[in-house]
Design a protein around this ligand. Structure first.
Ligand code: 2AL
Length: 246
């Protein structure tokens, strides 16, 4: 089975770290390919960047689809372009927020989210609502560290994320959801430190995607997620015309 994990930002070191986390949980007969787009923002922490990350994500989904990928993971906590990716993929496409939120709700009565910048908390609330877990999510907290500084020791990301995880637990959460793909490698250490389950969406989405393929469940293509109609695309987006060269 081939799972393509797409980091929708263009930072290759983050893609490598995401790939390591996904491979750690994938089964022995699953091949995980971690990729990022050729175009787009270096990290995604605003609506502008989220929107501009979507063409590059779709480029990677189209390419993967042509290459026989069985399932895709969108490895950014805003789940950018998830619906659009489902329209052009035949297999399952899972977002990491979607996967983490569902996993957290299965292991706790309540959960909280710890994310990067405060400005991304609105999107996290919106996704919790979309997936139907608004009553289960007790808090969305930000550690105020930009995505690309998470792995800089000078940022003390680990200490700040631990502090926010503890706040979330103090507010009554049974589990903590990590609100950024760049936090994936902190997951087990954090869980040991705070004494509560910490859910990383990259690994949750990888295992869920794998399970759906094994269950022979794919994206329903009869309605909203049907392949979009063919039509001309102008200007910089001309290559995104469906039927055009991938
Ligand atoms: C993210 C993420 O997962 N990747 C990225 O570039 N930005 N999420 C976030 N909350 O900042």
């Amino acid at each position: 089975m081939l799972i393509r994990v797409v980091n929708p930002n263009t930072t290759a070191s983050m893609t490598e770290s995401i790939g390591r986390c996904a491979r750690e949980v994938a089964g022995p007969s699953t091949l995980v390919e971690a990729v990022n787009p050729s175009m787009g923002p270096a990290s995604i922490e605003s609506h502008y960047e989220e929107s501009l990350a979507v063409p590059g994500l779709l480029e990677q989904v189209r390419e993967g689809e042509a290459g026989g990928v069985d399932a895709f993971v969108v490895a950014c906590f805003g789940d950018p372009g998830l619906d659009a990716a489902r329209e052009i993929a035949s297999g399952p496409v899972l977002g990491i927020a979607e996967a983490a939120i569902h996993a957290a709700a299965m292991i706790g009565r309540t959960f909280g989210i710890v994310t990067t910048l405060g400005r991304t908390t609105g999107r996290a609330h919106e996704l919790v609502q979309r997936y139907g877990f608004a009553d289960v999510c007790v808090a969305v907290r930000a550690c105020e560290i930009p995505v690309l500084e998470l792995d800089d020791p000078a940022s003390d990301a680990y200490g700040k994320v631990v502090a926010e995880c503890r706040e979330v637990l103090a507010l009554g959460a049974d589990a903590v959801v990590l609100g950024c793909a760049g936090m994936a490698d902190l997951c087990h250490r954090l869980s040991d430190e705070i004494g509560a389950p910490v859910v990383d969406g990259v690994s949750a989405a990888t295992v869920f995607a794998e399970s759906l393929v094994r269950l022979r469940l794919a994206t329903g293509k009869r309605g909203e997620y049907a392949t979009p109609p063919l039509k001309p695309m102008a200007g910089l987006l001309a290559e995104f015309e469906l039927g055009a060269r991938v």
